[in-house]
Design a protein around this ligand. Structure first.
Ligand SMILES: *Cc1c(COP(=O)(O)O)cnc(C)c1O
Length: 360
């Protein structure tokens, strides 16, 4: 059997142990005589899987009781619309930080429902860093303040969070949830598509402080209305049952690794291996500004686009796959989420050195 080191940005690599367990349970989960995806979402057996997944997530992230955890569909992109529809009903305005393509997509979407103030932007500098945040430019009457904690395409990450006072902080954590410790109580809403660092595609996690429920616009579709979804235990309709089960297996795997606190240390080590290799070389050029570097997506270039393409191809021939940068920016990107073992990063660093020797 062949397993590659998969540096894909999402959907992305999964822990092998999780895949093996899912395989063992493929024909029969427990004593049910069926696979999880064949179960009714209203069955006792499925509810137990669902409840355990939520409990494990709460434990891993230390989510306070006054936060609701929702398991939804529609991806992070669905939440670009759901967020304004659920929250933009006070002053009708919100602050957004334009730190990347997904942040930009979110603020354009929000503009359909209310007034968007771009509090800071690095758009004119190809999103190579997290823009400086000047609190005097924040709107004190904003319904929320929106950030993207990790910018997947550009390889940048907030190293400090903005102080937004009583304005709720809303964070797209799609590409770094569960990779580092966050104090959930600093946020009004945290949300993430699962397919980067949580599990398979199809599941969207929304963690919302309960006092922010009950504010949705009347036009909000029921399946996007956090208040209704909270009342229905995320089961207004059929939830993504198998994706939730798989995410639960990944969360239990993470717990076995020592939880978020422990994996954060490994993630720091992995990122350091790569950035050190980049900084030690005058062949490779890291593209994110050092003070904004991501630990999940490491972006860089070789001396030319032709060599970038050659690097990606030669890497794949050595079972180091999906290293191509996003089509918007080109270059090379190594996504090293929780499930990427240190050995995978070491193999990539060794390949980088040999490729440099051959092409210098
Ligand atoms: C991938 C990604 C998205 C888009 O996620 P979908 O689930 O495909 O809608 C949004 N934001 C960030 C930060 C992402 O990495």
């Amino acid at each position: 059997m062949k397993r590659v080191y998969n540096f894909a940005p999402g959907p992305s690599t999964m822990p092998q142990e999780v895949l093996e367990q899912a395989a063992r349970e493929m024909l029969c989960y427990g004593d049910t005589g069926m696979n999880v995806m064949e179960m009714s979402h209203r069955s006792k057996q499925y509810q137990a899987i669902f409840d355990e997944t939520e409990a494990t997530l709460r434990e891993l992230m230390h989510i306070p009781q006054d936060y609701s955890v929702l398991f939804l569909q529609g991806g992070a992109t669905g939440q670009f619309a759901a967020i304004p529809m659920n929250l933009m009903t006070g002053s009708g305005a919100a602050d957004y930080v334009d730190s990347g393509n997904f942040a930009h997509g979110a603020l354009v979407e929000a503009g359909k429902y209310g007034k968007v103030n771009v509090a800071a932007s690095s758009r004119d500098d190809k999103y190579a860093y997290i823009p400086e945040l000047d609190a005097s430019k924040f709107n004190p009457d904003a319904d929320y303040f929106y950030i993207t904690t990790n910018n997947t395409i550009y390889g940048t990450r907030y190293h400090t969070l903005p102080e937004t006072g009583r304005v709720p902080l809303v964070a797209d954590m799609s590409s770094n949830i569960l990779s580092e410790v966050y104090d959930v109580s600093r946020f009004g809403v945290i949300y993430a598509g699962a397919q980067k660092n949580v599990g398979p595609a199809g599941l969207t996690i929304v963690i919302v402080r309960r006092d922010l429920l009950g504010r949705a616009m009347p036009i909000t579709p029921k399946i996007m209305d956090w208040t209704i979804m909270d009342e229905k235990g995320s089961m207004l309709n059929t939830p993504p049952t198998y994706a939730i089960y798989m995410a639960g297996l990944c969360m239990k795997w993470l717990k076995k690794q020592g939880g978020v606190e422990a994996i954060e240390k490994v993630n720091i080590e992995k990122a350091k291996l790569l950035y050190d290799a980049l900084d030690d070389s005058d062949f490779y050029r890291p593209t994110a500004r050092p003070d904004s570097r991501s630990r999940m997506n490491v972006t860089f270039t070789t001396p030319s686009p032709e060599l970038d393409a050659e690097f990606v191809k030669a890497g794949a021939a050595r079972d180091l796959v999906n290293l191509k940068g996003h089509r918007l920016v080109g270059g090379i990107r190594a996504s090293i989420y929780n499930a990427m073992p240190v050995e995978g990063v070491k193999a990539l660093v060794a390949f980088m050195k040999s490729f440099e020797m051959e092409h210098k």
